[in-house]
Design a protein around this ligand. Structure first.
Ligand SMILES: *Cc1c(COP(=O)(O)O)cnc(C)c1O
Length: 450
């Protein structure tokens, strides 16, 4: 049975994967979800034990993509996308940290961005066209997408960032690539960048440039984010136990990867969703009432400063409910089942800092603020549920070297830069500057990409 994708708002037509990938958002404002989730037999999952990561990625994603992407092409894409390590670091007993921080931008977002880039390239080459990806960024998303698409034929990326609001390192990650990556420093704020990109998408005049976005709510992001849960389980499992994973969460894309993996048959006993002070979800799970946090609270785990997780409507849909894009619950999900399968906790900055310190003191393991939120969630869960024979995994979503000040404050150590982030200082930067009016932007695009 081939898989189609419905909108969580239930008012748009179903589409196939390719359309969901290029549309991103459904026309009714909802998010795309698969209308059936393929099942992977447990012996296949266990056979991943002897496979390399890219082979596991091929096998898992093939269940969704086999009607649309030739095996040889999918194999090549996964091999090319996943050419870095995924360390599973033992902390104590059968408690592990999975480090998803070895990609080119040292964040777990590389896993999805690199695969999405290659899938988009595959479909666009079949049509013998070029694609121009526009991204507005406040820092990290732009560099992940730029790096993921770097040197891919038929794809150009144009990334807009607010000139005075990104760090030197963030800027250099976007401006030192060149080739098919064009960086624009906007004399304004992130919202100005976002407004320009939105207007460009609406414009008829720019249709021939074949614009696309690579935004965070794309189903194309969730699929690659299922794979590392299969990998961790297969590599670490002994016998027939189940595993428990703790996921530091903001927009819940990473967490949705785990939920879909569970639906595909991965034996996950409990999912721990750890948030920073933005605690709308833990409160919802406890009370059944959902109140988004507006404005969101600024925490040191800054990639998780999300007052209303955009993927929440997907989770609600999987548990039989319906939530609109503003966070209104139209139909309540099965809260009992959700509580059986999910545990959730909010961790404030003070506790996050203490956790970085105590994990280093106890285990000599260095984690950064996002990973610390995840680890604290696991620790809290273990206070009541520990079983030393079972497998527990906490996710580290970024490299500690991206947060040198916090790490130094907590444990007086300066974490070493991963090789992907080394040498940025010496590379020449190239970028254009733009006064943010739509006409300026439009003429820039026409001049540069025709
Ligand atoms: C984006 C991000 C998160 C949160 O992931 P979601 O999928 O939005 O929940 C956590 N940690 C880091 C480092 C991130 O960049």
């Amino acid at each position: 049975m081939s898989i189609l994708y419905y909108s969580t708002n239930e008012k748009a037509d179903k589409v196939n994967f390719e359309e969901a990938l290029f549309k991103g958002l459904a026309p009714d404002g909802g998010l795309y979800m698969p209308d059936n989730i393929p099942h992977i037999p447990i012996d296949v999952i266990k056979s991943f034990k002897d496979m390399e990561y890219h082979e596991i990625a091929f096998t898992v994603m093939r269940y969704f993509l086999k009607d649309l992407v030739e095996d040889s092409a999918l194999r090549a894409m996964t091999k090319d996308a996943y050419d870095f390590d995924i360390p599973l670091e033992n902390v104590y007993q059968r408690k592990y940290i999975m480090r998803l921080d070895q990609g080119p931008t040292a964040s777990f977002k590389d896993f999805a961005a690199r695969m999405m880039a290659r899938l988009m390239q595959y479909f666009i080459q079949k049509k013998k066209r070029d694609l121009l990806i526009l991204v507005a960024t406040s820092g990290d998303t732009g560099s992940a997408i730029a790096n993921a698409n770097f040197e891919l034929d038929n794809i150009n990326v144009c990334v807009l960032f607010p000139e005075d609001e990104v760090s030197d390192r963030q800027r250099k990650q976007m401006t030192t690539l060149n080739k098919n990556i064009t960086a624009i420093a906007v004399d304004g704020k992130f919202d100005d960048c976002q407004a320009l990109v939105k207007q460009a998408f609406k414009s008829d005049e720019l249709k021939e440039l074949n614009l696309s976005s690579a935004n965070s709510i794309n189903f194309g992001r969730l699929l690659p984010q299922t794979v590392y849960y299969f990998y961790a389980y297969a590599k670490l499992i002994k016998g027939d136990e189940q595993m428990t994973v703790s996921i530091p969460s903001g927009n819940f894309g990473d967490m949705m990867g785990a939920v879909i993996a569970k639906k595909m048959g991965l034996p996950i006993e409990k999912l721990i969703i750890s948030t920073n002070a933005n605690d709308a979800f833990p409160k919802f799970l406890e009370t059944g009432n959902y109140n988004k946090i507006d404005p969101s609270i600024s925490c040191i785990s800054n990639a998780m400063n999300v007052g209303h997780p955009s993927n929440l409507s997907r989770l609600v849909a999987l548990y039989g409910g319906k939530m609109d894009e503003n966070g209104n619950i139209i139909k309540s999900p099965d809260m009992k089942k959700m509580r059986d399968e999910i545990y959730s906790i909010s961790v404030d900055d003070k506790t996050t800092r203490e956790t970085i310190k105590s994990v280093y003191e106890k285990y000599k393991v260095i984690i950064e603020p996002h990973g610390a939120v995840g680890w604290k969630g696991l620790e809290t869960y273990l206070e009541e549920n520990d079983n030393e024979n079972k497998l527990y995994i906490s996710i580290e979503t970024a490299h500690p070297a991206k947060f040198p000040d916090e790490i130094k404050k907590a444990i007086s150590i300066e974490p070493e830069l991963p090789s992907s982030l080394q040498g940025l200082e010496e590379k020449p930067e190239e970028f254009d500057k733009l006064i943010p009016t739509y006409d300026n932007f439009k003429y820039f695009l026409k001049r540069t990409f025709k």
